[in-house]
Design a protein around this ligand. Structure first.
Ligand SMILES: [Zn+2]
Length: 318
């Protein structure tokens, strides 16, 4: 009924949130093919029983991992040309008649059900202000090409609108991770989603949709928002699958008030020492493995020894 991977997922989530109903909902979402028709209440009961059986108490500080994606409008140009043939020329900034803007920003918190969207109907400035506040409240912001596109683009619109935005954020870019760690035929989110079997992007009407949105077609804007939200859900799924295979950028054990030697991905304390090795300089390092989420990570020998002491005393310091 509850497979090994579902049980593992529940165990990770039990440490992260005290909300059993929320975990049940996550199970239903994450493993929708198995639990589509199962009642939420039945799953919740199972989660609650598992918590009692394993005696897992949730940490007080939640993991604040934010997934986000933006859609932007195009530049409108005034083009003077002697020929209608396209020479794939570069345009000049003097040709810009209308600047590109943020149309909408979709985001969700890890493990939460809801995807939220801010769009330009509230005014770009207000939308940016609202999102920058949300971004500021995250410990890690995850986007596909988020570092090179979304965040830079947002910063460009922030300076244009006089909205303050921090120069740096703690991020993880799934495109960078896909490029650096694997040889996928394509690193596009759509391809990765299909490759991992979590579904691709929805087909969208393409440029026509953008034109209609810019022309003020509300129905199309709603459609664009739904694509953007779907992308954020896909992003979280793709990240979930990539996560054990990639290095982490932020340590969520420390961020949620835990120790350096516990799992940096899911903050679980259920970890084992997997392998010892030494660097070319002769410094000992330890490869650790999280039993809950399967993340593998390195720690220093000093932290490893602290972990051993912690196992014995329940405290790092003797
Ligand atoms: Zn973990």
């Amino acid at each position: 009924m509850y497979t090994k991977s579902v049980n593992e997922f529940i165990r990770v989530r039990l440490e992260q949130t005290p909300n059993n109903t929320q975990i049940a909902r996550d199970v239903k979402n994450k493993f929708s093919s198995i639990y589509k028709d199962k009642e939420l209440e039945a799953i919740r009961k199972y989660v609650s029983k598992t918590r009692e059986r394993l005696q897992i108490e949730a940490k007080n500080v939640p993991i604040r991992r934010l997934f986000f994606d933006i859609e932007t409008s195009y530049y409108e140009l005034r083009v003077k040309t002697f020929s209608l043939r396209n020479y794939q020329r570069y345009y000049n900034h003097n040709d810009i008649e209308k600047d590109s803007k943020v149309i909408c920003i979709s985001y969700k918190w890890q493990y939460e059900d809801e995807v939220h969207t801010l769009d330009w109907r509230m005014g770009e400035k207000k939308m940016l202000k609202a999102f920058i506040k949300i971004l500021g409240g995250s410990d890690e912001a995850i986007g596909h090409n988020g570092d090179n596109f979304d965040l830079k683009y947002l910063r460009m619109r922030c300076i244009a609108n006089g909205v303050l935005m921090f120069p740096t954020y703690r991020t993880l870019d799934t495109l960078k991770k896909a490029r650096s760690g694997f040889r996928f035929a394509s690193n596009k989110l759509d391809y990765l989603g299909k490759f991992f079997g979590v579904g691709g992007k929805e087909d969208n009407p393409g440029f026509k949709m953008w034109e209609d949105v810019v022309d003020g077609n509300v129905e199309m804007l709603e459609k664009m928002i739904s694509y953007c939200e779907r992308d954020v859900i896909l992003l979280e799924d793709v990240y979930f699958i990539l996560s054990p295979f990639i290095t982490h950028n932020n340590n969520f054990s420390v961020l949620t008030g835990g120790k350096k030697f516990f799992c940096p991905e899911c903050a679980s304390e259920d970890v084992i020492m997997h392998k010892t090795y030494s660097t070319p300089m002769g410094i000992i390092r330890r490869n650790m493995k999280c039993s809950s989420c399967k993340k593998q990570y390195k720690i220093s020998n000093k932290d490893y020894l602290a972990w051993l002491r912690y196992q014995v005393n329940g405290n790092e310091v003797e």
